[in-house]
Design a protein around this ligand. Structure first.
Ligand code: PMP
Length: 399
């Protein structure tokens, strides 16, 4: 049987592959700055206190593991809308949005791509250059032709906004435009409020379909602040989609918990859209996993736990900020030929260092420091114990 005889090997995931190499590295001083996972000062993925409390409650409740609804835990779907739009927002009271729980943020993007392609026949999508690689893969695999709008000005280390607007304006009407609502991955550069407004105007004028991806809500400035772009789009009254993730904000990476929210024009439209998204979910995986959703619902449904969660989230965000400041200082102290203060101005978990693939390779080979080949580092992999070592290595590979 020759069925698989000529099948080519698929390329290794550029980020997850690095994580495997890191695991296999025997050096004690090794540092993992590759994967987009929050780590504590001890270099561990935290179990949040509120999650542990929710786990205890679920254990005691001892509920059977039956099937959940296709759209997932209804409480989670509601809390997602509250987190995105604010508790008493018009979007919620008018019921013009629907939310379906998904397999993480990734699953939400796939549901969005399927909905727009299968039901509405869309086949063009545009992502930022650069972007999180899976944006491109998901849309390609869902049957889209994917183009890229310019995002990053390498020389200036800023958003290339003029070119970006030009590229967005040139997109064919109806194109799905994937945007990072906050904490842009990989550059760590987010739009200003003014830039969001300009972008929104162009999107409306050109009849484009925005998908706002928010995988890091609460990791930049705060839960409400980080959703400001989504609230701006909601206020404009347009139809758009949002992919949410609790992977980072609850440190629940492996539980695969997120949601797709579709904002429409009225409650009737939202109900019809919901029926279609459920159809997509049903044909892909039938219904989403219950456990992560139950954890999130337990925490967000209890005012005391919710307040504690916000504190734990703030602690993660603040530790990342502190590491940004410390890295800039340590680079100065180590005698870096290049000023690294730009890392303090970037948003979220990532920093684009400007290191070449060769420099990233040297960091790995000579120092056991693992980063993504495009120069992206995860700031959350830094801590008080490894930061000087990292700064010395970062300085050495520049010389
Ligand atoms: N969008 C972006 C921009 C991301 O960086 C990630 C995680 N790396 C996701 C979506 C999806 O996250 P998950 O599926 O793990 O929730």
């Amino acid at each position: 049987d020759k069925l698989f005889e000529k099948i080519p090997a698929a390329p290794e995931d550029p980020i997850l592959g690095v994580g495997q190499q890191f695991k296999a590295d025997p050096r004690a001083e090794k540092v993992n700055l590759s994967v987009g996972v929050y780590q504590t000062e001890e270099g561990k993925i935290p179990v949040l206190n509120v999650v542990r409390e929710a786990e205890t409650r679920l254990y005691k409740a001892n509920k059977p593991h039956g099937y959940g609804p296709i759209s997932g835990n209804p409480d989670v779907d509601h809390y997602i809308q509250e987190l995105l739009f604010g508790k008493d927002s018009e979007v919620i009271t008018s019921k013009r949005a629907c939310t379906v729980q998904s397999l993480g943020g990734t699953g939400a993007i796939k549901l969005a791509a399927d909905l727009l392609h299968v039901v509405l026949g869309k086949n063009k999508a545009a992502t930022s250059a650069p972007t999180w690689g899976n944006h491109n893969t998901i849309f390609k695999q869902a049957g889209y032709e994917v183009s890229h709008y310019r995002y990053y000005n390498k020389e200036a280390g800023t958003i290339d906004f003029d070119h970006l607007i030009g590229d967005i304006r040139a997109l064919e009407s109806g194109t799905v435009v994937v945007l990072h609502a906050c904490c842009h991955n990989p550059t760590g550069l987010d739009f200003s409020e003014e830039q969001w407004k300009t972008l929104l105007d162009v999107i409306v004028e050109r009849g484009l379909t925005p998908l706002l991806d928010i995988a890091y809500q609460g990791f930049d400035k705060g839960l409400d602040e980080d959703a400001s772009s989504i609230r701006l789009f909601a206020k404009a009254g347009i139809s758009f989609l949002v992919s949410s993730s609790f992977s980072k904000s609850f440190s629940l990476y492996g539980e695969r918990i997120g949601g797709l929210t579709v904002v429409t024009q009225n409650a009737d439209e939202a109900a019809r859209v919901l029926s279609q998204v459920k159809q997509m979910a049903r044909a892909n995986y039938s219904n989403p996993p219950l456990y992560g959703a139950a954890l999130v619902a337990t925490v967000l449904g209890d005012p005391k736990l919710r307040a504690e969660w916000e504190q734990e989230l703030a602690a993660m965000r603040n530790r990342i900020r502190e590491m940004r400041e410390l890295l800039a200082e340590a680079m100065k102290k180590a005698g870096s030929p290049r000023d690294f203060s730009f890392v303090t101005k970037q948003d979220g978990m990532f920093s684009f260092t400007g290191f070449t693939p060769e420099q990233i390779e040297r960091l790995k080979k000579d120092y056991g420091i693992y980063a993504v080949a495009n120069g992206r580092i995860c700031i959350a992999g830094l801590n008080h114990k490894n930061i000087e070592y990292v700064a010395k290595a970062f300085t050495a590979v520049q010389k």
